[in-house]
Design a protein around this ligand. Structure first.
Ligand code: SF4
Length: 736
């Protein structure tokens, strides 16, 4: 397509996944007309995937929440309100809750979609001024286990490697990640590397034969939850065959004896029985890793979303510490974040135990430093870590938290055990939903709806999976009365009486205040500015204006733990919370489909992206299908101890026997039983508190086509009973 002369190309940044691709956006006046990859951006060098290529139809007012709304009475209607009226109403209700029950009766649930400036201002309001650490985000569902593992092993969060290591690696160990679908530009870089380097190899660990597994030289379709057995057996093989780097271990690590002893309990035969793969495959994987000079491990939700996610990530890190393959080109452990600014959220303190700059709320020095910066007394910041995502909804459902402010996310679809989430949303005294889109499954429960600006209507910084900061520019005016997320937080702060501390002129002023708090921390960005980022992205740490940024951490093997040593952790295989039995004999794992994003509030409005999977489905193995009497294409009812999911069956040999898979993108808004998270459990990792979205016990039975039809199900008596108290979507559709 040739571009008209009045077309201007502007640099921007993809709002979808943690790969963090640079975009070139064609503007004609105030209109976004085309999007392509930014050839100068080092994350993608001009390539983009279908989600970004189809951003244009998602820009503008269609499907958006355009004005504030208030529901003054439960069961009453949501009515349009002015910003001053909505803010005054919400602030008064928040003050009432705090006066009656204390600050910990308020909780904030944010999102990896937020910009760093948004995260910073919300954290400052919650932790520094209201005095509650109950600020967590949906990043808890995404990469909290990787955060916990990096911190435990290296003494600080932050992936040690850069994407440029992909072009130097000779082995890719991809665990629990359908990279080809979920991080497609990373996958393309890996494919190119393998084509360019005759010795490059790929191992994929995944119970499903995904498109990523199709790229593999060795695919290990292990039983769900058995990763630690496999990784320990691989480490044991490296030890037995003399492939460990004894000198690196002696000089730069601690905890080796315990990790070594734990690993040596796992022979290939023993691990093979647990993992349900041949012992020869485990031996081959270990030898491929041991012979590699530059192994690069990549993982995502299949590892992190587990009740032993931290231990799994630590078992991967153990392989790198044992072989000294870290802090050098082409090797190391890299967790791929799902959301575009999950990393930035971590840096700005966007989890319930954190303060900005990787500080912790339970560290008195960190509290004092942060309080000084914010101009509040140190005792204002609570020393108690706040509630994490699932705990937060449990607390609301149990009446311990009374007011919930949800920002840029849709927990009524994405959280495990949707019944619990809906119960919490009904039970809360006050639900504030701040979002760009409407209607959403979560917005249905709001007492106050606040319209937020969306890409490309807001300005700020995001950090991708390799610590690369990019500036997202504001290219058009926000739709309707929408405001930037941090602006809404600052306005509410002023309505709550904290005027002077939240009087920011613009996003850059927020960034500068945040930046000053990172000085002398692992995530020091003192040398980063909007002016520098307009010229191109930078990787932290970047402590001074002349500093070029840091592609690779720990090149001097000086880790952030005491004595500068990285720490091994003995990885113990723990049984998952829910063992399949006669009633629920199959394991359900959930995930994404190609080209869809999270709860589809944006990608679901692009017909081209819906083609691959217009409806949810259930993948199951032919032997399991035959046993259950299920035919390919027939409707099935899937039951767990928590709920029901109805979908068409895809019977395929590409999934391991005993395992089935459903995408999680659909909520109850489109049909009561379309939500895979009707089934999932809220059990979680004891360290990272990340919930187990990849493992729950289910049974599958065939249902008639009529019964499986989504409309019939949605309109069934059960469906009506479970709907929110009032479906206001029609009213708002006119009103917005
Ligand atoms: S890979 Fe991720 S960041 Fe890159 S274009 Fe696709 S969705 Fe956007």
């Amino acid at each position: 397509m040739s571009m008209r002369e009045d077309t201007q190309w502007r640099r921007s940044y993809c709002p979808y996944c943690g790969v963090g691709c640079g975009l070139s956006v064609a503007m004609r006046g105030a209109e976004v007309v085309k999007i392509k990859g930014d050839a100068r951006h080092p994350a993608n060098f001009g390539e983009i995937c279908a989600k970004a290529a189809h951003l244009v139809p998602t820009v503008g007012a269609s499907g958006r929440l355009l004005h504030p709304h208030i529901r003054e009475r439960r069961g009453g209607a949501l009515r349009r309100a002015s910003w001053p009226r909505a803010l005054a109403y919400a602030a008064a209700r928040l003050r009432e809750v705090i006066a009656a029950y204390g600050p910990d009766a308020v909780a904030f649930y944010g999102s990896g979609q937020l910009l760093t400036e948004d995260y910073y201002v919300f954290n400052k309001l919650a932790k520094g001024f209201l005095g509650t650490n109950n600020f967590d985000s949906n990043s808890r569902l995404c990469m909290a286990s990787a955060v916990a593992a990096y911190t435990a092993a290296f003494g600080a969060d932050g992936p040690p490697v850069a994407y440029e290591d992909i072009e130097q690696a000779d082995l890719f160990l991809i665990a629990g990640s359908n990279t080809a679908w979920c991080h497609p530009i990373i996958s393309r870089r890996i494919e190119k590397r393998r084509q360019a380097a005759a010795d490059a190899r790929i191992i994929v660990i995944d119970p499903r034969r995904t498109e990523t597994a199709d790229l593999a030289d060795l695919h290990l379709p292990i039983a769900p939850g058995s990763d630690i057995a496999l990784l320990n057996a691989m480490l044991a093989m490296l030890i037995r065959e003399g492939r460990v780097d004894e000198r690196f271990i002696a000089e730069h690590t601690s905890g080796w004896e315990e990790a070594r002893a734990a690993a040596l309990q796992w022979t290939p035969d023993r691990a093979a029985r647990v993992c349900a793969v041949p012992p020869e495959s485990i031996i081959e994987a270990a030898r491929m890793f041991g012979r590699s000079r530059r192994p690069l491990s990549l993982w995502s939700m299949g590892v992190n979303q587990s009740s032993s996610g931290t231990a799994k990530a630590l078992a991967i890190i153990n392989l790198h510490l044992a072989t000294g393959t870290i802090g050098k080109p082409g090797c190391g452990p890299l967790a791929l974040t799902g959301q575009p600014n999950a990393m930035g959220g971590r840096e700005a303190g966007g989890l319930a135990h954190l303060l900005p700059g990787y500080r912790r709320v339970d560290n008195p020095h960190h509290r004092a430093e942060t309080a000084r910066h914010w101009g509040v007394p140190p005792e204002r910041i609570s020393p108690r870590p706040g509630l994490t995502a699932v705990e937060m909804f449990e607390a609301v459902a149990e009446g311990r938290v009374k007011a919930l402010w949800i920002i840029a996310t849709n927990p009524a679809v994405s959280m495990p055990e949707i019944d619990l989430v809906e119960r919490a949303l009904r039970y809360a005294q006050l639900v504030i939903v701040q979002d760009s889109y409407h209607p959403t499954d979560t917005g249905m429960f709001a007492d106050v709806l606040l319209p937020a600006a969306q890409w490309p209507e807001k300005e700020g910084v995001m950090t991708n999976s390799e610590r690369l900061l990019s500036l997202v520019p504001r290219l058009i005016e926000p739709a309707g009365e929408a405001l930037q997320d941090w602006e809404i937080a600052a306005l509410m702060a002023r309505h709550l009486g904290f005027s002077t501390a939240f009087g920011y002129a613009d996003s850059e002023a927020v960034f500068e205040e945040y930046k000053a708090l990172t000085a002398d921390t692992p995530v020091d960005i003192g040398g980063v500015s909007y002016a520098r980022l307009r010229k191109g992205p930078l990787q932290w740490p970047c402590p001074a204006p002349e500093h070029p940024g840091t592609p690779r951490l720990y090149v001097d093997f000086n880790f952030k733990r005491a004595g500068g040593r990285a720490r091994f952790h003995a990885a113990e295989l723990r049984p998952t919370g829910e063992i399949p039995d006669n009633l629920f004999p199959l394991v359900l794992t959930t995930g994404r489909v190609r080209n869809q994003w999270h709860t589809m509030t944006r990608t679901g409005r692009v017909p081209a992206l819906m083609k691959a999977a217009p409806e949810p489905y259930l993948e199951m193995h032919p032997a399991d299908a035959a046993q259950a009497g299920v035919a390919d294409g027939g409707f099935v009812e899937v039951r767990s101890r928590r709920g029901i999911f109805v979908a068409q069956a895809r019977v395929t040999g590409e999934i391991a026997r005993g395992v089935c898979f459903a995408p999680f993108h659909w909520g109850r808004g489109g049909g009561q039983f379309k939500a895979a998270n009707n089934l999932t459990a809220r059990s979680r990792d004891p360290i990272s508190h990340q919930p187990e979205l990849k493992f729950c016990a289910v049974n599958v039975t065939p249902v008639s086509r009529a019964r499986g039809d989504a409309d019939v199900i949605a309109d069934s008596a059960v469906g009506r009973e479970r709907r929110p108290p009032e479906d206001f979507s029609e009213q708002l559709a006119e009103d917005c």
